[in-house]
Design a protein around this ligand. Structure first.
Ligand SMILES: [Zn+2]
Ligand SMILES: [Zn+2]
Length: 119
């Protein structure tokens, strides 16, 4: 097993490098509570670019296709638990999907009656 690449703490304004894969430094442990009623604010801009690049470096292949035994290049950064359903917008809740799998997953989320503006 290769050790996880250090990533900056996801606490706003912190940026301390975290090596245990938790996404948070010692000073900013992940809150145990979540606010499912509030959709998580989506990360945008340069920070998102960095997260995408790091994700595809770690997981260059679509996770859904891999489960099915296919090697397909991941092109979409997907949230395992959708932000609209209270999932965090950080490295613990992201996976790489190909266009087809991402489309399928988005469709399933919409079918669950969770359709929101902005998708
Ligand atoms: Zn921190
Ligand atoms: Zn796929």
């Amino acid at each position: 097993m290769p050790t996880a690449a250090p990533r900056p703490c996801t606490h706003p304004g912190c940026g301390a490098l975290v090596r245990d894969g938790s996404g948070r430094c010692a000073k900013h442990p992940k809150p145990a509570w979540q606010k499912p009623a509030n959709a998580t604010k989506r990360i945008t801009g340069r920070r998102l670019q960095r997260m995408r690049a790091a994700l595809f470096e770690r997981n260059p292949l679509c996770v859904e296709c891999q489960k099915a035994g296919r090697d397909t290049e991941a092109t979409q950064r997907d949230h395992i638990v959708p932000l609209a359903e209270g999932g965090p917008d950080d490295a613990t809740n992201e996976q790489g999907l190909c266009d087809a799998c991402h489309e399928e997953k988005s469709l399933q989320e919409a079918l669950r009656g969770r359709r929101r503006a902005g998708w």
